[in-house]
Design a protein around this ligand. Structure first.
Ligand code: FAQ
Length: 339
């Protein structure tokens, strides 16, 4: 009958239906292999099977991380032409170039997951992708540059050293070199601030003012409290995240307060106090409303940062065109020689 005929699958459908249980069983086996690798703390590599959600989480985190490195060049880049000595200028130039390099390793790591560089850059430029909240704050004086090195790179190291053990091989390997460079960045920042602290009262005030402005945004940079962190549970299960946002924040406070004492600056938190019982510092409340305003595009410099990034990309189009034209010419030449 006509109606029955509608119910009868065609040959292709029949083949697909016959294969469906097999495919399902295959997928289950692959998932079990993946879970076993994660449980055994073995690396997942680009050619390995991985659940879609794992891939998506990695693309999100690695691309956001890459964008942060690239946008992160801007606040300090503002000071390259105004560095107070040739030595400081050379150091800053090298540091800012390192951050650009970190962005490139990370974009490459994300590309191994099947996403294109163009798609990632478009997402940043259209405002769809996030980058770290911290880079939406202004660098008003030279002391801001030292403070970024000391506190922002210090926070970045605290967050990024555990990512060297991330379950995804290309991300973990990229982070090893990045962390080595970040550690030089942190030391140069501390050194620049120490030099200023040994200078005039006006220089010391400048350092204190910069620390007052950066301290709280740096604490927020570790991300929302664990109780409000929707990505943490799976990130931890999959070995992408090894230590939680709050734990890293606490480790940072504990490591940094003694450094502030050596530097001779005050941490702008009246509730900061060593807790003998916890063997950690207690600290005051972070303004999460400000954090979310900045993350959602309404920080002091969001619009300026994005506009500068988009313009730099457009201004660099001729470089990309020239590189492609050169590659095409070389390819044609080698084809001619081979013929
Ligand atoms: N800014 O559920 P969670 C650097 C978002 S590199 C903006 O806790 P997750 C080098 C988060 O994406 C600094 N957004 O998320 C340098 C999520 O939104 P989504 C960057 C933030 O992924 C130094 C939502 O909130 N480092 O500094 C921020 O489990 C000096 C809910 O959060 C990395 O990217 C934030 N601060 O944990 C350069 C490291 N925090 O995506 C120049 C790798 C959270 O669902 C000069 N990333 N959000 O729409 C990570 O470790 C993690 O992704 C976290 C967030 C810890 C950032």
């Amino acid at each position: 009958m006509y109606t029955q005929a509608l119910d009868i699958p065609d040959a292709d459908q029949r083949a697909r239906q016959a294969m469906a249980p097999a495919a399902e069983a295959g997928e289950k086996a692959l998932q079990a292999q993946f879970d076993a690798k994660i449980d055994a703390d073995r690396r997942i590599e680009p050619q390995d099977w991985m659940p879609d959600a794992y891939r998506k989480t990695l693309v999100r985190q690695i691309s956001q991380h890459a964008h942060s490195e690239v946008v992160g060049m801007l606040p300090e880049g503002n000071w390259i032409a105004r560095a107070p000595s040739l030595k400081r200028k050379a150091i800053l130039l090298a540091k800012v170039q390192d951050e650009g390099g970190h962005g490139l390793y990370l974009y490459s790591a994300a590309e191994t997951l099947g996403v294109t560089r163009d798609a990632m850059v478009d997402a940043l430029h259209s405002g769809k992708a996030k980058y770290s909240s911290i880079f939406n704050y202004p660098t008003l004086t030279w002391a801001d540059v030292g403070t970024i090195g000391w506190l922002v790179d210090g926070a970045a190291i605290m967050n990024q050293v555990p990512i060297c053990r991330c379950s995804y091989g290309p991300y973990a390997r990229a982070m090893i070199r990045i962390c080595k460079e970040e550690s030089f960045h942190q030391r140069q920042g501390f050194d620049a601030l120490m030099t200023m602290m040994k200078g005039t009262p006006a220089q010391r005030d400048m350092v204190q003012d910069a620390v007052n402005r950066w301290w709280w945004p740096v604490l927020a940079m570790f991300g929302p409290p664990d109780t409000d962190s929707p990505n943490s549970a799976l990130g931890m299960r999959w070995g992408i995240k090894r230590i939680s946002n709050d734990e890293l924040r606490q480790k940072f406070v504990d490591a940094t307060v003694p450094q502030a004492k050596i530097l001779g600056v005050t941490v702008p938190d009246p509730r900061l106090k060593w807790n003998e019982e916890r063997q950690h510092y207690d600290y005051g409340a972070i303004d999460w409303n400000e954090f979310w305003a900045v993350v959602n595009g309404n920080g002091p410099c969001n619009k300026e940062r994005l506009a500068t990034r988009v313009k730099a990309h457009a201004d660099g189009q001729w470089v990309r065109d020239a590189a492609l034209a050169h590659a095409r010419k070389q390819q044609q030449r080698s084809m001619k020689e081979a013929a």
